[in-house]
Design a protein around this ligand. Structure first.
Ligand code: LAC
Length: 254
């Protein structure tokens, strides 16, 4: 029996590409490059910090990654501009399929487990109006270690009382799918960029740009032994998938 449906945030419910507009306005012609390198470096720094045993929250990691990325272009913006761009991460847009899917799943215990700091996640769900859907919004801050470290996934049982095999974890991040599966969750992978579409994109490109590289590195299924239980192309298909599973309803408030 599934007692909780737990979502990853960045890249799964929220579109990390939606910082692109703010970045392009701040640094014309460099929006795509900065958006991709920033996200790649942000994740890399989260993993480095977990491995080094030197936790700083995701807001610090996000800012360090932005510094790094701008540094590769020789850019040292004044503080106000830097803050404006960094803040875009707290105003990411939800994917267009997120709200309807969460609404259709009402009556189940829905939650987020994210690398985002508590402050970032509060801002994100509030700014996007998705806060009403979640029973819990859980940050890895509680364990001071980032996904896919196994300790980060323990937060779900500690906060929701659901054992790993009572959880359906939903993510589009390859590394998170692998980690969640290794931990023992049932895992639904949202395949935002199908392998065949990526292959065609690469075949049709004269040169391979940063966004294509990002899709290749972060949005594909990892070639590792931890495979997701379900693969669906969009969150819209999640309610149908869940209808076929044994999911515990929660008591509705009157
Ligand atoms: C998160 C990262 C994985 O939301 O995107 O935790």
């Amino acid at each position: 029996m599934i007692k909780a449906i737990v979502f990853d945030a960045y890249g799964t419910l929220y579109d990390v590409q939606s910082v692109g507009e703010v970045i392009e306005a701040a640094f014309p012609e460099r929006g795509e490059y900065i958006t991709q390198v920033w996200r790649l470096k942000q994740l890399e720094y989260s993993w480095l910090r977990s491995m080094m045993g030197e936790f700083e929250d995701f807001w610090a990691v996000t800012r360090e990654a932005l510094h790094y990325t701008l540094g590769t272009l020789g850019l040292r913006p004044e503080e106000a501009l830097f803050e404006r761009v960094a803040e875009a991460y707290n105003r990411l847009l939800p994917y267009p399929d997120a709200e309807a899917a969460l609404t259709a799943l009402a009556g189940r215990r829905l939650a987020i487990l994210s690398n985002g700091s508590n402050d970032m996640l509060s801002a994100l769900v509030r700014n996007s109006g998705l806060d009403q859907h979640f029973h819990a919004v859980m940050s890895v801050d509680a364990k001071r270690v980032y996904k896919p470290d196994m300790r980060s996934y323990e937060i779900v049982e500690e906060k929701l009382g659901a054992k790993p095999d009572e959880v359906l974890f939903v993510s589009s991040n390859g590394f998170d799918v692998a980690g969640a599966k290794r931990f023992g969750f049932h895992v639904a992978r949202i395949e935002r960029v199908p392998a065949a579409a990526l292959k065609d994109e690469i075949a049709g490109a004269a040169t391979i740009g940063p966004l294509t590289m990002f899709k290749a590195l972060r949005l594909q299924e990892e070639a590792m032994s931890q495979r997701p239980d379900f693969v669906i192309s969009s969150l819209s298909l999640l309610p149908g998938l869940i209808d076929g599973l044994d999911v515990e309803p929660i008591a509705r408030s009157a």
